[in-house]
Design a binder for this molecule. Structure first.
Ligand SMILES: [Zn+2]
Length: 148
């Protein structure tokens, strides 16, 4: 099973720590049921850092080629997961609101962490957010012809 590191958010950001690797998507608890091929390899990378003013943030990258069930013909459809985002860290909802106000011009994303940060949870969220809401072939009939 995959280790699920819990880190102190401020420490992880200040020291520019990174958590990264390649593992099967199915090793992530919340991703195990999403894909036709849970053995597809997911590359994930979460790195701590700070902006010019010392505000803690994460740089998250997730990449994978997976198969989901087409919602029209129920056959597998290829989906590429490729997300690269920066998330500012806030210890509370109030702090998140403050950050969003201060950085309103920059169209930023804020992650409310609480005391500790579940890095695997961050990766799961990034993958889930990058998936199509309704996975579907562009043309299912083309797909069936190709299959024959
Ligand atoms: Zn289809």
């Amino acid at each position: 099973m995959l280790e699920r590191p819990e880190v102190l958010p401020s420490n992880f950001a200040e020291k520019s720590r990174c958590w990264e690797g390649n593992t099967m998507v199915g090793d992530f608890e919340r991703l195990a049921q999403e894909f036709v091929d849970p053995e597809a390899i997911l590359h994930y990378r979460v790195c701590g850092g700070q902006d010019a003013r010392g505000r803690p943030r994460l740089h998250c990258t997730v990449k994978a080629d997976v198969e989901m069930e087409c919602q029209r013909c129920l056959k597998p459809v290829n989906v590429t997961v490729d997300s690269d985002r920066v998330l500012y860290l806030a210890a509370s909802e109030a702090e998140a609101d403050r950050l969003e106000t201060v950085l309103a011009d920059e169209d930023i994303e804020v992650l409310v962490t609480g005391q500790t940060l579940d890095l695997a949870g961050v990766v799961e969220d990034e993958v889930l957010l990058s998936l199509p809401i309704v996975p579907m072939h562009e043309d299912c009939t083309m797909m069936s012809v190709a299959d024959v």
